[in-house]
Design a protein around this ligand. Structure first.
Ligand code: ADP
Ligand code: ASP
Ligand code: MG
Length: 861
């Protein structure tokens, strides 16, 4: 066997007379264990800070487990890898490590025996490492024990430096090379099992030789029963601390790191994540197993036996009380009391592949599953999750991506006969997967948790590839495409947690309506966030020439100048890609504020990408019937929402009223109304004092008409609204099917320009005046209306006469009025009335659709 360099002993000197007495380890609650992670001891100043925390801890006795300075373990692994691949670069890297530790020690200790002793030991270690790495370089290969020996040096150095710093502060401390005490047995799955009995015996021996009240221990490293140096594997110092906690029977273990505690999700991925004040051991285990790397997954195991609580604390924020992990927690925390808090946290594991073994020959054949997992075990792969369909026709499990090749080979070999005979149909590998786990002890007893989780994922348009609910029922795991991992985490977290429903918004057409909408969004963003928990972020605005994109949200107080001065050339492809994929916000809505007939062609790709659509643009719903039906079909299949209240009557609740009636089982007979604000204005003022053409002129001057009033008088706009309502009622009509009375006199339809039209219009005043007078004689007025006659499957747009007592005759200004005659509202139609045109009210209608969408997506309502 190779002879390992002997670790140096404690730097606490024992007086000769003391050494004669046998010091028995006083196990029990007088001990507190602290563990400081790599970032806590990343620089000289940070080590000073840690030394201060250790010294000021009032506990009677302390064990301080310490990680390597941050990044040092990574560098050591790279050294081994470089030497093993015969790259000379390891020499330089090793030198840099030597310099880093020398400089830190000098800055920390300044001078004195402790410094000299440490530097001598450091140089000695580096010489050994040089020899060892040279051997690895020559062999072109490193064994696992060689690697473990090399990579453990970071902890040896950091622990000695911290010990010297604590001693320098006058607190007498001994340092322990954990390899002298900790005995672990490597397992087949790249893990180690602590041998608590042997470790305890060695600890008693060690303590008899080093009876200190403050002990600084190396994290991460240990010995095998044969005294071969090994490690507790990556991030293992947390585990070291927990083992020490149990060996000392400590009162508590505090794990110091760089965040305020365990968050409800990885705070780097979910900015709204909250610190959990308490977690049960089980919950902490599940969270860390499924990727919350704030804690090594095995940390809870050693302390559970003695009921020792673990507290996760932030070394950079002593005012935060951290997360306490213990057997049972009291539900005193706000987040637990919140309705949905049965799910404590979420975590993701990336870089997985799904293996799906399928075939009818598996049903009822005992041992298939065990054969599968035997094959997996033989190649040493780690199964992260298993899910079996109850039909027994398929077994599906997730393994790390890097292990999947070997797994699939082993399975194909094992099941060759079954595959040849067709009993197994396939062994399918789905690469590029991630697991999303929802963790919470109370999930088992709470119905609806999975439904809510799946709903949140579906609404974010995330495809779930496999599902498993652990038998413990402390977790539900779903497998999703890795590309969706961050989005899934955000969607699930925001649905269950107190955090806001984020909605990414893209605005197409920042003209009159779009611009007004952006201004309204600016004014309402803060109250929406604070009062309604809806976080709207405009990530893109695109006009016909320019567009402005942002990853976190455009500043809406100066969007006009941003677009004008910093905007790039408008490109709908790029705009779409940006909205869809450049951010982790799970829900995206595109708001089409144009009147274009081309933009609706984009609705299809947007929906396919899971983006919701809100629009006041009439073109999509009043275009060809075939396109309309395809759009509705796609909307259903893509689980997206498509809201278009603003297409009829601006912000008035016309479509939503109609949908409400239909959904509650009412039968619509007719929908009849004055849908054009312009024509409403014209006929509301047509009482005989002024001629028709004079009123049109006035309306034009006041900006109530389109630039060419023929666009209003043609009735086409009303016809489009009629077709939208008709289709909503289930009628399969094309725009051509609408009987349309065009108010532009036939000869003037071909006028070259507006002025010519306006000049000639008075020639036709007589005809329309005659119709008005006829109506007047019967005490009636003229109204230009749109009618959907559902019973006759017809749509009409025409000038109709109504008695002066009729609701339509009472209209003023440019108001719209719509009457629904239905099975329920037969005698007295249901009437909606109000301003039905103008940028403010139209934008408000669009805004209210956006809010409706947010509430459909889970915002509190
Ligand atoms: P240390 O070096 O102190 O052991 P780690 O880097 O191993 O620290 O773990 C702390 C990090 O874990 C945090 O900086 C954070 O980014 C990450 N992390 C991932 N998931 C979570 C979570 N749910 N709660 C808190 N931190 C998390
Ligand atoms: N230094 C080791 C690592 O980086 C152990 C730890 O810090 O937990 O993996
Ligand atoms: Mg860690």
């Amino acid at each position: 066997m190779m002879c390992w360099p002997r670790p140096i002993h404690h730097c606490h000197l024992i007086a000769p007379e003391e050494s004669k007495t046998v010091h028995s380890l006083p196990q029990g609650e007088s001990w507190s264990v602290h563990k400081f992670g790599g970032t806590c001891v990343g620089t000289c100043e940070r080590i000073q800070n840690v030394a201060d925390i250790v010294v000021s801890d009032p506990s009677q006795r302390k064990v301080v487990v310490v990680s390597a300075m941050s990044k040092v373990t990574d560098v050591l692994y790279h050294l081994v890898e470089a030497a093993g691949s015969r790259k000379e670069s390891y020499i330089e890297s090793l030198n840099l490590l030597l310099q880093k530790h020398k400089e830190t020690a000098r800055a920390l200790l300044v001078e004195g025996a402790d410094l000299e002793k440490f530097l001598a030991k450091l140089e000695d270690d580096i010489r050994n490492l040089q020899a060892m790495l040279r051997a690895i370089y020559i062999a072109g290969h490193a064994t696992e024990s060689f690697t473990d020996f090399v990579v453990g040096h970071g902890e040896l150095w950091s622990a000695q430096m911290l010990c010297a710093a604590v001693n320098k502060r006058g607190l007498s401390a001994a340092w322990m090379d954990a390899r002298e005490v900790l005995v672990v047995t490597p397992t087949s799955t790249n893990q180690v099992d602590p041998d608590f009995a042997s470790s305890e015996t060695r600890l008693f021996d060690w303590y008899a030789r080093n009876p200190a009240d403050t002990i600084i221990v190396t994290g991460f490293i240990a010995n095998t029963p044969d005294n071969v140096p090994t490690t507790l594997k990556r991030d293992g110092s947390d585990f070291s601390a927990a083992i020490m906690g149990s060996l000392f029977r400590a009162a508590n273990v505090t794990i110091w790191t760089d965040v305020d505690g365990v968050y409800s999700a990885d705070p780097r991925k979910v900015s709204e994540a909250v610190v959990l004040s308490t977690l049960s051991y089980q919950e902490a285990w599940e969270m860390s197993y499924f990727g919350a790397n704030v804690l090594h997954p095995r940390t809870t195991l050693p302390v559970m036996k003695y009921n020792i609580p673990i507290t996760i604390r932030n070394v950079f924020n002593l005012s935060a009380s951290g997360t306490k992990i213990c057997r049972t927690y009291e539900s005193t925390d706000d987040e637990f009391r919140a309705a949905n808090s049965v799910v404590k946290g979420f975590a993701t594991v990336d870089n997985l592949a799904l293996v799906n073994v399928e075939g009818t020959g598996m049903a009822g054949v005992p041992g298939t599953a065990s054969t599968i997992f035997e094959a997996v075990k033989e190649v040493g792969a780690n199964v992260v999750m298993i899910s079996q369909g109850s039909s027994e026709h398929s077994v599906c499990f997730a393994v790390p991506e890097k292990e999947v090749k070997a797994v699939s080979k082993a399975l194909e070999k094992k099941f060759k006969r079954a595959l040849d005979a067709g009993r197994l149909s396939k062994i399918e590998i789905v690469p590029n997967c991630s697991i999303l786990a929802a963790v919470g002890q109370k999930m088992a007893s709470t119905p609806g948790v999975s439904a809510t989780l799946f709903d949140a994922l579906a609404k974010a348009n995330i495809n779930v590839r496999a599902i498993a609910q652990g038998c413990s029922e402390y977790n539900i795991t779903v497998v999703v495409n890795q590309d969706n991992s961050a989005k899934a985490l955000k969607a699930a977290h925001s649905r269950f947690y107190l955090s806001r429903t984020p909605l990414a918004v893209g605005i197409v057409g920042p003209g009159l309506i779009g611009g007004t909408l952006l201004d309204q969004l600016k004014d309402q963003a803060a109250p929406l966030k604070e009062d309604f928990n809806i976080d709207l972020r405009v990530l893109g605005v695109i006009g016909s020439k320019k567009m402005a994109l942002s990853h976190s949200g455009l500043n809406l107080s100066n969007w006009r100048s941003t677009l004008k001065e910093e905007g790039e050339e408008a490109d709908l492809e790029k705009f779409t890609a940006h909205l869809c994929c450049s951010h982790p916000i799970p829900n995206i809505v595109v708001v089409d504020c144009t009147a274009s007939s081309d933009i609706p062609d984009w609705y299809y790709p947007w929906m396919r990408k899971g983006m919701h659509i809100v629009t006041p643009n009439k073109k999509a719903n009043s275009g060809s019937l075939d396109k309309y039906l395809r759009l509705k079909e796609l909307q259903r299949k893509s689980y997206t929402h498509y809201f278009y209240e603003g297409t009829v009557g601006a912000g008035l609740p016309i479509l939503s009223t109609l949908q409400g009636l239909l959904e509650t089982g009412d039968k619509i007979h007719t929908v009849e109304g004055i849908f054009s604000g312009t024509l409403s204005y014209i006929f509301n003022n047509f009482h005989g004092q002024k001629t028709f053409s004079e009123i049109v002129k006035e309306a034009k001057a006041a900006g109530y008409t389109e630039p060419d009033p023929r666009d209003d008088l043609s009735g086409m706009d009303v016809a489009r609204k009629v077709i939208i309502l008709a289709r909503e009622c289930g009628l399969k009509l094309e725009l051509d099917d609408i009987c349309l009375e065009n108010l532009v006199p036939e000869p003037l339809r071909g006028c070259e320009n507006v002025d010519e039209f306006m000049d000639k219009l008075p020639e036709y005043d007589q005809a329309i005046a005659a119709r008005r007078e006829q109506a007047e004689e019967s005490d009636e007025v003229l109204c230009y209306v749109g009618v959907v006659d559902v019973l006759a499957s017809q749509g009409r747009v025409e000038l109709r006469r109504y008695p002066k007592s009729h609701a339509f005759a009472q209209l003023s200004g440019s108001d719209n009025i719509i009457a629904f005659t239905t099975a329920r509202y037969k005698k007295q139609p249901l009437i909606v009335r109000g301003p039905g045109a103008g940028a403010e009210v139209t934008a408000a209608g669009v805004f209210s659709d956006i809010l409706r969408l947010a509430s459909y997506l889970g915002a509190p309502s």
